[in-house]
Write a protein that binds this ligand. Structure first.
Ligand SMILES: [Zn+2]
Length: 483
């Protein structure tokens, strides 16, 4: 017997019989020794007893009860539940395509139902800067807009905008009410074309470039030899920290080609002065200065796994393990560093179901095989990003994310040994009407686990062209003024 609840509670004892929850008296008890997210629910004939440490556990208990109640009578039972992982995140890319505040709230409402507790908001990239800035107004005047026909917007001459500080605060408050922390991402030193378009003097060459219109990895990155770059980064982070009260800031660190740094006198001088071996170490130096700055303000940094390539990253950094063929993230965790699992092949929700079927997403055990006993303790949790290069509107986003996001929710909450795919699918079917009430159109079941022919086509169309390491260079779109 299973409760019709997602994520599946970790332990349930059934005693036989059923009751209407609405007819039960609800009693709250507290036990200060329990963890914050723990809850115990005893459903008897006449009484529902909820025991938690405080409000957060009580909130999760009610999420569970709501789903039980939606299925009719509740079984007489005792639920003792605690998440497998303390970090359960969802990421939205609002840089490539923006979502409205209401769409973001709908997504958050759905994520909250499945007990996610962290919203990682990707707010700036090569294709747009999305945070209102009073300190650096050109980020909004120039960096928030792109011109032309990129990203399948054939009839668009101008695309963009940004979220005002008030709108962002509204989202943060909306999340706080649902026990969800919000982590902003300020990607650096790469993925910064929108910054450089606004302030060209922050790049190695100082040349004017445009905000980019296509996906890819761009060569123009922030100059690591120029002190003005650090002043800018500290300044914008100060402004970001005024808006986002949380403990964590994501500083990107992914996909930063070193071509410009190799040919920049300032960057080369920095390498010499700091006794660094090469440009990878220069990125380590860059990241560590930013991280030290954040630490001095009482914040903790997250970064993508490429940040480990320097071999010298501040080991308080939380690593987001997305694509790591050399398993440096697992090695980092085995040596005491904290990591979050967001494996590209399982958790990237912008890839077709033909490449990442629901069953595959569900099947990943976040205790990756390369982790040893210590490493497993250092997995903070899971996160599922939706990148939006090819996700132009909310219907597409809904289709790509649901139900795969729900599968990630269950992997973050329910111990792997209790997961069961067929049982999960049965519970997912019941979520459709709730999601539709939010304007979220979940993918039809026929799309969840496509047959081999669909998979083969998707693999050949997309995987080959984008993922094959030999082809990654092809996605490096040269800037118009290159070479
Ligand atoms: Zn430089």
């Amino acid at each position: 017997m299973t409760l019709n609840v997602i994520p599946k509670p970790n332990t349930v004892e059934f005693y036989g019989g059923e009751v209407w929850l609405s007819e039960n008296k609800v009693t709250y008890k507290t036990n200060e020794h329990y963890p914050d997210e723990y809850y115990c629910i005893e459903i008897t004939d006449g009484e529902t007893i909820i025991t938690t440490k405080g409000e957060k556990g009580r909130y999760y208990a009610h999420l569970t009860l709501t789903q039980i109640e939606e299925s009719g009578k509740a079984p007489v039972c005792k639920i003792i539940d605690l998440p497998a992982f303390s970090y359960r995140g969802f990421m939205i890319d609002s840089a490539r395509h923006m979502q409205t505040i209401d769409e973001i709230k709908a997504y958050i409402t759905a994520a909250a139902r499945f007990k996610f507790n962290t919203f990682h908001w990707h707010l700036c990239d090569d294709q747009g800067w999305r945070i209102e800035s009073e300190k650096y107004p050109r980020l909004n005047e120039i960096g928030s807009w792109r011109y032309g026909h990129g990203f399948g917007n054939p009839n668009m001459s101008k695309y963009g905008g940004y979220y005002t500080k008030e709108e962002i605060k509204e989202i943060i408050e909306f999340c706080r009410e649902r026990y969800i922390d919000v982590i902003p991402e300020i990607d650096m030193p790469g993925h910064t074309s929108a910054i450089i378009a606004s302030y060209p003097e922050l790049s190695c060459r100082g040349k004017q470039i445009g905000v980019e219109m296509q996906g890819g990895i761009y060569k123009n990155i922030l100059c690591a030899g120029n002190e003005d770059v650090f002043s800018f980064c500290f300044g914008i982070l100060d402004e970001v920290m005024e808006i986002f009260p949380g403990e964590y800031i994501h500083i990107g660190g992914d996909e930063a080609p070193k071509a410009r740094w190799c040919n920049c006198q300032k960057c080369q001088n920095r390498i010499k002065e700091e006794g660094l071996k090469n440009e990878e170490e220069l990125q380590g130096y860059f990241a560590n200065r930013i991280i030290s700055y954040l630490e001095a303000k009482g914040k903790k940094a997250l970064a993508w796994n490429e940040s480990l390539n320097s071999g010298m990253l501040n080991n308080n950094t939380i690593i987001c393990d997305w694509m790591d063929r050399k398993h440096k993230s697992e090695e980092y965790a085995n040596n005491g560093g904290k990591i979050i699992v967001e494996d590209f092949y399982h958790y990237y929700l912008d890839y077709e179901y033909g490449m990442t079927p629901l069953k595959k997403t569900y099947g990943l055990n976040p205790w990756l095989p390369e982790l040893d006993y210590i490493g497993r303790q250092n997995v903070l949790g899971v996160e599922a990003p939706i990148w939006t290069e090819y996700v132009e509107d909310f219907d597409r986003m809904s289709y790509m994310c649901f139900p795969r996001l729900i599968a990630v929710a269950e992997s973050g909450w329910t111990l792997d040994k209790y997961k069961d795919y067929e049982d999960f699918k049965a519970r997912v079917r019941n979520q459709r009407s709730f999601l539709e009430s939010l304007g979220i159109k979940m993918a039809d079941e026929s799309a969840w686990d496509p047959g081999l022919s669909v998979k083969a086509k998707v693999m050949s169309d997309r995987l080959k062209s984008i993922l094959d390491p030999a082809m990654i260079g092809a996605t490096l779109f040269p800037n118009k003024d290159d070479e």
